[in-house]
Write a protein that binds this ligand. Structure first.
Ligand code: HEC
Length: 158
């Protein structure tokens, strides 16, 4: 018997009755899969959004205090490879330091210093970890932070 004939035989076999009131198993897995897919898409989209901001960061550099001028020099000598010239990003190795995420309100000085002293594993971005900067003195850190804050203020990042 060919598979077609078998099929025909089953289809028209009067001894096989279909129970119409049989409970139908509705698997929640299908829905969970869909929800997870939507979440994954949304997460990816929000991360793309963040990185796009980094590429566009174009801050206004005001007339700087002596401390901030020194901070800028330190950033350009020691951080620019990963954080871009003046910390503006445009690098494949790290985020811009002038990003609103690092404004004082949510990234206070003590936290900034701790990151410089201890480094930080990859967290907010997808560039890899932030290495500790043990060569910086406390005064250097204060100056670096002064530069970031002065540019934030001039650019209107609050
Ligand atoms: C080898 C590359 C590299 C160098 C050099 C580097 N950084 Fe970073 N830095 C990173 C990366 C990558 C991150 C992002 C980590 C993350 O995912 O949050 C980061 C994050 C940061 C953050 C934010 C940390 C947080 O908690 O979100 C600050 C502030 C920072 N760096 C300051 C500096 C300063 C100042 C220097 C120079 C003295 C410097 N970095 C040198 C790669 C670097």
């Amino acid at each position: 018997m060919t598979p077609d004939q078998k099929h025909e035989q089953r289809k028209y076999n009067p001894n096989i009755t279909v129970k119409t009131d049989a409970p139908v198993a509705k698997s929640p897995l299908k829905w969970m899969g869909l929800v997870m897919l939507i979440l994954a898409v949304l997460t990816t989209m929000s991360m793309w959004g963040r990185e796009k901001i980094s590429i566009k960061a174009s801050p206004i550099i005001p007339e700087l205090s002596a401390k901030a001028t020194h901070g800028r020099e330190l950033i350009n000598a020691q951080c620019a490879d990963c954080h871009g010239v003046d910390g503006t990003g445009h690098s494949t190795k790290g985020p811009p330091l002038l990003h609103p995420m690092y404004r004082e309100e949510i990234f206070p000085d003590f936290h900034f210093k701790r990151v410089l002293r201890e480094g930080r594993p990859q967290n907010n971005w997808r560039f890899g970890p932030m290495p500790a900067q043990p060569q910086l003195s406390d005064a250097d850190m204060v100056d670096i932070i002064a530069f970031v804050r002065e540019v934030h203020t001039a650019t209107g990042v609050q």
